[in-house]
Design a protein around this ligand. Structure first.
Ligand SMILES: [Zn+2]
Length: 154
């Protein structure tokens, strides 16, 4: 019998763009970085999603919090990303890190890190202008977030 995993129990019909605590496993906190309204017909383009993966992963792993970063990667539904940090990083600092990372991506002029053929599984599948556009929009979303807005809606 397959278990229904916690992130599938979130009501995606009431989820708005934002930053949420998805789950906590021991000292690892998974953040849901939701850029798009689920099932609303507007999704991150595959190329923009891929480029943002490279840019944000590189940024957070180059930041002073690098030792607390476990993972950053895209959701298959193309409405956002997951960021896993150690709980040593508080929610306010996690939010600050995301704001800085997406501001970095919004202004990034290239070359895209890790996007050479031998470094990436689909090195032609990038869209920097799209990534910049989506990052800029998400910075505005994050500016409206706070420690108190990180719980999923009912
Ligand atoms: Zn890649």
């Amino acid at each position: 019998m397959l278990r229904k995993i916690a992130s599938f129990t979130v009501n995606h019909d009431t989820l708005k763009p934002g930053m949420y605590v998805s789950r906590v496993d021991g000292d690892c906190v998974t953040y849901d970085l939701r850029l798009k309204v689920p099932n609303a017909g507007d999704y991150l383009g595959q190329g923009a999603l891929h480029t943002l993966e490279h840019l944000i992963a590189t940024y957070v792993r180059s930041s002073p919090l690098t030792d607390e970063v476990i993972y950053f990667g895209p959701m298959g539904c193309r409405t956002g990303f997951y960021l896993i940090l150690r709980d040593k990083v508080g929610k306010a600092d996690a939010l600050k890190l995301c704001l800085e990372a997406f501001a970095f991506a919004a202004d990034f002029t290239g070359p895209i890190p890790g996007a050479k053929r031998r470094e990436c599984g689909n090195y032609r599948g990038h869209d920097l202008p799209g990534a910049r556009r989506e990052a800029k929009a998400y910075v505005n979303v994050l500016k409206g977030c706070s420690e108190g807005s990180m719980e999923y809606p009912d």
